[in-house]
Write a protein that binds this ligand. Sequence first.
Ligand code: F6R
Length: 256
Amino acid sequence: MEIIIQPTTEAAAGIAARIIARLLRDKPDAVLGLATGSTPLPLYQALVAMNLDWSKVTTFNLDEYIGLPREHPQSYHSFMWENLFRQVNIAPENVHIPDGNAPDIPAFCASYENQIRAAGGIDLQVLGIGTDGHIGFNEPTSSLASRTRIKTLTPQTRKDNARFFGSEDSVPHHVITMGIGTIMEARLNLLLAFGPSKANAVAEAVEGPVTSINPASVLQMHPVVKVCLDEPAAGQLQRADYFRWVYENKPAWQAF
Ligand code: F6R
C-alpha cells in the first residue's frame, strides 16, 4: 500500500486525479471502477477540469440502492450523471451502474460480473471508505471473497448517509454492491478518505489486522493500492511520519 498524505482534501484529490489522468493517457480505452458519495466529488471536479478524452473509457460503478427510482436525486445513477458523466465525453453505452430495480437481482448481479469480465477487468478502481471500514457497500463481516450481490446496510451506514436523504428513515436498507472479491481483482485500487470521521477506519485498514470487521483492511492483500488522504483522515495513523517521508522522497520517475 502506498499511503499519500496531503495537507488539504483538494491536494489529495488532485493526486488521485493525476493517477487516473495518466492511466487514460496511457490507455485511452481503460476500464474504470467508480464510487459515489462525498469523497469522490473533488476527484471528479478535478478530472472534469483536466478535459481528458473519455470517448473510449468504460466504467463500472461499485454500488446502487435497491428500489430507488433511477431518476431519484440520491440514486447513484443520478449522482454519476450529475457529477461526472454529463461533463465529460463518455459514451453512454460504456457506462455501467448496478440496476437497483432489476426484476431478478441475483441474475443481474451475475450479469454485472460477466460484463466486467467481458470488458477485460477493471484497470483502476476508485474507492471511498465508510466510517465502519466498508468499501463499496461491503459492510463489516462481508465475505472477503464476495462477488456482486445484494447487501443490507448497517444502522451506522444508514445514519451516515441520512445527510443525503434528509432523514435516516428515507435511506434504503438494501443495495447492490460489487463484492470484495470483485474489488480485489481490479489491477489498481485507489482509495480516498477525507476528514476526521474516517481516521479510525483508515488506521484500522492500513495498520490493523486483515479482518472482515474492517473490510478495507483486505486491501493489504492487494498488490497495487494507493491511498490518498488529507491530514484529518490520516490523523490516527501511527506511521504517518514515515508515509510522509516516503512520499516526499519518491524518485522523480515515480512521482505523480
Ligand atoms: C459509494 C461507496 C461507499 C462510500 C462510503 C463513503 O459508492 O462505495 O463505500 O465510498 O460509504 O461515503 P462518503 O464518501 O459519502 O463518506
